[in-house]
Every structure is written in structure tokens, then in C-alpha cells.
Design a binder for this molecule. Sequence first.
Ligand SMILES: Nc1ncnc2c1ncn2[C@@H]1O[C@H](COP(=O)(O)OP(=O)(O)O)[C@@H](O)[C@H]1O
Ligand SMILES: [Mg+2]
Length: 281
Amino acid sequence: MPDKPFAIDLKGVSYKYESADSPALDNIDLQVRQGEMLAVLGRNGSGKSTLGKLFNALYLPTSGSACVMGKEIKSEDDAYSARRHCGMVFQDPDNQMVATIVEEDVAFGCENLGLPPEEIRARVSDALSTVGMEQYAKSAPHMLSGGQKQRIAIAGVVAMHPDIIVFDESTSMLDPSGREDIFDLAVRLNSEGVTVIWITHFMEEAARCRRLVIIDGGKIALEGSPRQVFSDVKRVKQLGLEVPDMTYLAWSLREAGIDISTDILTMDEMEAKLWDLMSGT
Ligand SMILES: Nc1ncnc2c1ncn2[C@@H]1O[C@H](COP(=O)(O)OP(=O)(O)O)[C@@H](O)[C@H]1O
Ligand SMILES: [Mg+2]
């Protein structure tokens, strides 16, 4: 099968905040194909959110070229089109609520697109059912749990029919079950064709994406499949991150002289390797 076209294509992109001395992003080359689910990792301040905001054209590159769905983003006019293609879900569910009734909140983005009211109603209802929140259409957002609020924020983005959704640490304020729910929802949207950029500091989430990049000091430091990237435990630690628990255990066993490979991500894989070791295969 031919490769899908790029959803995002950055060539030599740098971005410097006006007030800063050095660039927040420094000469980034990154391509993301349509339909991919890419995890973005990096320590605090490494440039993850800035990168996400470039995809969504909240920022325009200071230098280099950024194409979103085949169109280069050079001016504020192009930015409008990029924003239609690419939605963002942020970290704090409370900061994303703009209306006092759920369905109005979900409709907000569509209203900004200037869609006709019947179209908006249909999209809002579809989006609420996509995120499993249709029974809360008339509720007040502040009555909802953090996870439910994130679902509403996602519905607002989904209703705009974006090709790409950037989730910027969207699970970091949720409890483990809320976190799992939102991650699963992102996986489902991805399986339905949405390109997903999953910015996270949870290694287990990153391990479940097909590809990941680690950024550090505004540059891409490591890139590849989770298995490739995490098996380089020392380098990942140097970058201020942890590896998944099972990868770390395999690495520790290896350091202790046990002949086990470090490309292990899950408990099931660890169990299988340990059985192999014990049975001498
Ligand atoms: N609005 C801003 N003005 C000036 N500097 C900023 C601004 N936002 C972020 N930065 C700086 O840019 C760098 C990258 O920040 P950010 O993209 O938020 O990183 P991350 O999301 O990985 O924590 C950091 O050094 C941060 O201090
Ligand atoms: Mg951030």
C-alpha cells in the first residue's frame, strides 16, 4: 500500500518567543502521516506545547516551513485553515469550558466556523455520542467530573471534524481510570481516521502509540517505535524521562548480568521472557 500523505510536515522549523533569548524550538524536522498516532515526550520546558501549538497554527514558525494537511502556514490567513484541520485538547478541563450548558460548549467551535444552526445541532449531537456524553447535553459543565469535562472538550473539537487532534497532556489532571478512558477515546478516534498527536509524560501511554518522539531543549532527541526508543534506557534517563516499568526491570536485570533483552514494554512480555529464561529457551 502506498504511504499516506503527510498530515504534518515540518522542515527546519524554529520558534522563538519574543521575550526569550533562545528559541523554544530549534530546527525541527518532523513528518506525521495521516492516520498516525504519534506520542510526543520530553521533560518540562522541552518545547512540547510549543510544538503542538505550531501544528494548530496558534504560532507561526519563526523560520523554516510548516505544512498542515498539505498547506504551508505562512500567515494568519493560512492559520485559520490550519485551525480547521487541527484541533487541540489541553491539560486543564476547567480552562476549556466556555459555556454554561454542555451542548452550547460543544457547539462553540462550530459556531466560530460559521456553520448553519441545523448543521451545528447535528454535529453536536454526533460528537456527544462519539464521546459517550449524550445524556449530559443539557447539564452544567461544572457539575461534571474532570474526565467528563475532558470528554466535552474533545466533543467540541470532534464536532469541528478535524483531520488532526493534538492532545496536550490531556490526561495529566485525571485519576487513573479517567486517564485510561480519555486515552482509549483518542485511540478510537485514531482508528476512525483522525491523526492523533499525543503529548504526554506517562510512559505507559507513549508505549501504546506506534511511534514516539522525545524532544529536549527544543530539538528532537530520539524518535522511533516505543520499543526502539525505550530500549535505550540510559539515553531516555539522560533526557529526564523514565522508561516503562517493565523496560526498566529488564534493564536492571540485564545490568545485574541476566541475559534478557531490554525491548520489553508490558507485564505480559516480561512474563513470557522470564518463562523463556527459566526454561532455558
Ligand atoms: N509564552 C511564552 N513566552 C516565553 N517563553 C515561553 C512561553 N511559553 C513557553 N516558553 C518557554 O519555551 C520553552 C518551551 O516551553 P513549552 O513548549 O511550554 O514546553 P513543555 O510543553 O515541553 O513543558 C520553555 O523554555 C518555556 O519557558
Ligand atoms: Mg506543555
